[in-house]
Design a protein around this ligand. Structure first.
Ligand code: HEC
Length: 156
């Protein structure tokens, strides 16, 4: 290795070290949310756990972080995904959504499930546990339909 390459390499390593000090705040509310979509519901366990394992990392106030999530710049990328995901849909804040918004979001959820758009493909490469079987997908879709009717005919 010539001297110039060596200097570049050292600079790179130092930079990588320095950026570790910029740590995004973690999305880890400790208590389960009172406003969660499944708060005090009698929804079937399979449905709740499938949503939790496949969607909650990006669409709730509680992310389960893998070890590499501590390493910048990966931590920044994950932080962006979580913030963006929550902006579109946050299961932990569900009860705070008004009726119109809940119905709209349920329609969106049905769509992304039908089209296999969520969880995002690159995420599934790293998260085998988030893959949804065809049988579970059907269960979720059926539940979404029922939930939509339930919201539509609810009073508030
Ligand atoms: C790796 C993070 C991640 C996971 C896991 C994930 N999502 Fe998303 N989701 C996003 C991001 C980021 C967006 C916004 C950008 C986009 O639409 O691609 C989004 C958008 C959405 C939208 C669109 C909302 C709108 O306003 O149009 C829906 C619905 C949705 N996700 C549902 C789900 C469901 C259901 C699951 C689980 C089966 C899931 N997502 C899993 C990151 C994620």
């Amino acid at each position: 290795m010539n001297k110039k390459k060596f200097v570049v390499l050292i600079a790179f390593v130092i930079l990588l070290g320095l950026i570790q000090f910029i740590r995004p705040e973690r999305n880890q509310q400790t208590n389960p949310s009172r406003y969660d979509i499944f708060h005090k519901t009698e929804t079937e366990v399979t449905i709740v756990t499938t949503f939790q394992t496949s969607c909650y990392n990006c669409h709730s106030n509680r992310t389960v972080y893998p070890w590499y999530a501590s390493v910048a710049p990966v931590s920044w990328i994950i932080n962006n995904h979580v913030n963006e995901g929550k902006e579109h849909l946050n299961f932990s804040d569900w009860i705070l959504y008004d009726k119109e918004k809940q119905i709209k979001k349920l329609m969106d959820i049905a769509e992304v499930l039908q089209e296999h758009e969520m969880p995002p493909k690159p995420y599934l490469w790293l998260h085998d546990e988030a893959k949804i079987s065809d049988a579970d997908r059907q269960l979720l879709l059926k539940w979404v339909e029922e939930k939509k009717e339930q919201v539509r005919y609810s009073l508030n």
